[in-house]
Design a protein around this ligand. Structure first.
Ligand SMILES: *Cc1c(COP(=O)(O)O)cnc(C)c1O
Ligand code: SF4
Length: 694
């Protein structure tokens, strides 16, 4: 298609084209015009003038300040060891988004003398080891003039490599002739940087042009610009990069569009660019992924990446991989961990256990109760907002050393501990020993509440209702006459519905024996058989101490479950059905209950809280029996604190319903703990203050 045919086909745009042409020249090849499939497509947008070019009064003509870095005409020396030689101001086509829109196609001639003096400049500047011949498009020059330039540069000893920047293989592929490549290959090492924007530009013709160059031993790289409406889509860009690599062109840069006058309608936000990179990196060959570059005014090229680093301590870096999984990279053990100066602010360690993938020989929920790194990070942020200094400390084997070295005034404890049945008491025990105050319940309470049988014994002693039970250490123990089926079989010392499956509800001895075996074998602990209550289920959260405050009650509904899935909090229900993608919200807060029931539930909760010696915060699960009496079925002195409301973490949910923000929740728990230790709220540095000020 030639331009005349084009104008006949689209007469409605001719007027606008005429207007724009007077300001910004228009030119294209019949070849490129022929790639247009329909009005306004990606090819059209790149080559057909748009009236919007004239409506842009905001942007700069020379946003990269190239003129400031032009020591001699036609040469830009912006970076220490490389220069840009503008050898021509003509192109095979005038791209509507061109960064050098102010220059290309204008009636300023670049003379031989100008180029000679630019080459002289390179000769005199020994630091220049890389010369980029660009323009406009240097391949618009005749072969003999081009050769004269390349030869002149090649003769300079300190110039190591020559690059040619050209869009001709894309916009006028017939310009790449055997004669041209035979000339170019005499001046190796010589690179060609091409400029494709859209997969529709990779045709038989452009493929042939690139292959001619590649066959002459010329490495090819592509520089693309992210353009709204042209290629601002991960699918389009992936296809482009995949096609490029097949014609031996390596995607080199993807540029954020510059703030050039007349090109505003092509610009995207930087976030869109980063998002596209995020969806590309790791999902396709690294060979196909260019670097994303922003050429900010005066700043030069600045690479941008999605945020992979999540949290840095002196010991390690927590990283998010392309799939969103958090991993830890540890620094060499030899580095000295320096203490930060924290004059006047309280230093708080957020102590946690990291969620890990369950190893092959473990049940899939082996680490169900551990936290994602997002939880300690959110707690840290909440504490920092209050003016404290907060650091993450993982409760692993090197915990004692780390906590001693860290010189902390207080610990925000969410660690579940490791290995044993009393693991939740490990961190409190160590902290008690070292004399470091901490949030949440102490050693005895943490050890007891993790043990369901001991918890029930204490509750029963204090007259707090809890279902009848029997503890099985072995699958073949005699069944007590005091308990009645149906029973629910759980590991004796776990939280987060760990070890409770849909078939944990048993109706007869045979089923009971089978599930006891499952628990004893897989969780290496005794199994609790507890009488099953069929009534409604509630979760009660309590915060504070004097007096403790019952937060809005949560009801867990099970009505939405398909038949065959039992109506209790099994692992399947909690982690498969109750997740942000489930359209039914099974966690109702505040629960729809009358005042009488609410008072009953609150009373039971507070009595249990007191009987078990819980402090600061806790979450309890309850179920109603046939008479409507609430029974405590589980007590969690280390409730989950996932910040994202969509995660339905129950303790935060109750707090949110009470009008508290996440920051408020965390700092309330902290201040309640501080009060217990007799510390005023404005406490800054504690016992180590004097040591630090030396
Ligand atoms: C882009 C550019 C270069 C080359 O930069 P690389 O990152 O080495 O590709 C050199 N000079 C100027 C003025 C440039 O804009
Ligand atoms: S080929 Fe390059 S220099 Fe020429 S108009 Fe297109 S983008 Fe601008």
């Amino acid at each position: 298609m030639n331009l005349k045919e084009f104008c006949n086909k689209y007469p409605e745009v001719v007027d606008d084209i005429q207007k724009v042409k007077r300001v910004y020249p228009m030119k294209l090849s019949e070849y490129y015009l022929g790639l247009i499939k329909e009005k306004g497509d990606a090819i059209w947008k790149q080559c057909i003038p748009d009236i919007k070019e004239l409506e842009d009064s905001l942007n700069d003509e020379d946003p990269l300040l190239e003129e400031e870095y032009t020591p001699v005409p036609c040469l830009v020396h912006r970076y220490p060891d490389r220069v840009l030689l503008l050898a021509s101001n003509k192109c095979a086509m005038y791209c509507r988004f061109c960064t050098r829109k102010r220059k290309v196609g204008k009636e300023v001639t670049i003379t031989k003398e100008m180029i000679s003096s630019a080459i002289d400049y390179i000769r005199q500047h020994k630091e220049v080891r890389d010369v980029i011949i660009s323009g406009g498009d240097p391949l618009m020059l005749d072969d003999d003039i081009l050769e004269w330039i390349i030869k002149g540069i090649r003769e300079i000893k300190h110039v190591e490599i020559i690059r040619i920047g050209t869009r001709v293989p894309c916009t006028l592929p017939s310009r790449i002739t055997p004669e041209l490549v035979n000339m170019l290959k005499k001046y190796h090492p010589l690179f060609v940087n091409v400029h494709f924007e859209h997969p529709a530009e990779i045709t038989e013709e452009s493929k042939k042009a690139c292959e001619l160059l590649a066959d002459a031993g010329i490495p090819l790289n592509n520089q693309a610009v992210l353009l709204k409406g042209v290629n601002d889509d991960v699918k389009v860009l992936k296809e482009l990069f995949h096609k490029l690599i097949q014609i031996r062109v390596k995607p080199y840069y993807l540029y954020q569009a510059d703030q050039v006058k007349g090109t505003e309608h092509f610009r995207t936000t930087i976030e869109e660019g980063i998002d596209i990179m995020h969806k590309m990196i790791g999902f396709t060959s690294g060979m196909c992924v260019p670097q994303f570059i922003v050429d900010a005014p005066g700043g030069g090229k600045i690479p941008l990446l999605p945020e992979y680093a999540q949290h840095r301590t002196e010991e390690s870096l927590f990283l998010k991989n392309f799939e969103g999984k958090i991993v830890e990279y540890k620094n060499p053990l030899s580095i000295e961990v320096k203490k930060k100066s924290t004059s006047g602010r309280m230093r708080i360690a957020v102590v946690f256990n990291m969620k890990k993938e369950a190893a092959k020989n473990m049940p899939e929920d082996a680490y169900a109760e551990f936290d994602e790194i997002t939880v300690p990070l959110a707690i840290k942020k909440a504490l920092e907002k209050k003016g404290h200094v907060a650091e993450l400390v993982e409760a692993n084997e090197s915990f004692v050393e780390k906590i001693k070295q860290g010189d902390y005034d207080f610990v925000f404890n969410i660690a579940e501990g490791l290995n044993s049945g009393a693991r939740e008491s490990q961190i409190p025990a160590i902290l008690d020993m070292l004399g470091i105050p901490y949030t949440g319940s102490g050693v005895l309470t943490q050890a007891i509440t993790l043990d369901k049988t001991r918890t029930k014994e204490i509750l029963m002693y204090h007259g707090v209702p809890t279902p009848g039970y029997q503890l099985f250490n072995h699958w073949d123990e005699k069944i007590s006459k005091n308990i009645t089926f149906p029973l629910i079989i759980k590991p004796n010392a776990e939280g987060s519905s760990k070890g409770i499956r849909n078939n944990s509800l048993v109706n007869n001895e045979k089923e009971l024996r089978k599930m006891v075996k499952f628990v004893v074998n897989n969780y290496k602990q005794a199994a609790l058989a507890e009488e099953y209550l069929e009534g409604r289920e509630f979760t009660v959260s309590i915060i504070g101490n004097n007096p403790p405050k019952v937060l809005p009650i949560v009801e867990i509904t099970f009505d939405y479950l398909p038949s065959g899935v039992h109506k209790f909090d099994s692992y399947e229900v909690k982690w498969y059905w109750d997740n942000p993608t489930n359209p039914v919200d099974p966690v109702v807060c505040p629960a729809k209950i009358d005042d009488e029931l609410r008072k009953k539930i609150e009373d039971v909760a507070l009595r249990a809280y007191k009987a078990l010696g819980i402090v600061d915060l806790c979450r309890m699960d309850m179920r109603l029996d046939k008479q409507g009496t609430p029974h405590v079925i589980d007590v969690n002195a280390l409730p989950g604190l996932m910040p994202d409301p969509l995660e339905n973490s129950r303790f935060p949910k109750a707090c949110y319903t009470a009008g508290m923000s996440y920051e408020k929740i965390i700092n309330t728990v902290l201040s309640e703990a501080m009060k217990r230790y007799g510390l005023p709220a404005e406490t800054k540095r504690l016992k180590h203050a004097s040591r630090n000020s030396v």
